[in-house]
Unconditional design. Sequence first.
Length: 75
Amino acid sequence: MSFMSDLGSFIGDVQSFSEQVDTVKQEVVSSVVHTVSQTTQMSSQLADDAASSMNDVKDVATSTADEFKQTLSDK
């Protein structure tokens, strides 16, 4: 009877360990999904910021070129 009791205890321990592994797996997956989501959002924001900066540079360059052309045409 002791063998059956030990076997039952072992099976219970295996089930408990399996549940703990599942919990850790779920936490890791959740963490990875969160990290990927945050990284994607940050990348999108950086791309938007870079595009905005490029537009600002383009606007300044265009304005400077227009002023230069106006100065030359005034002479």
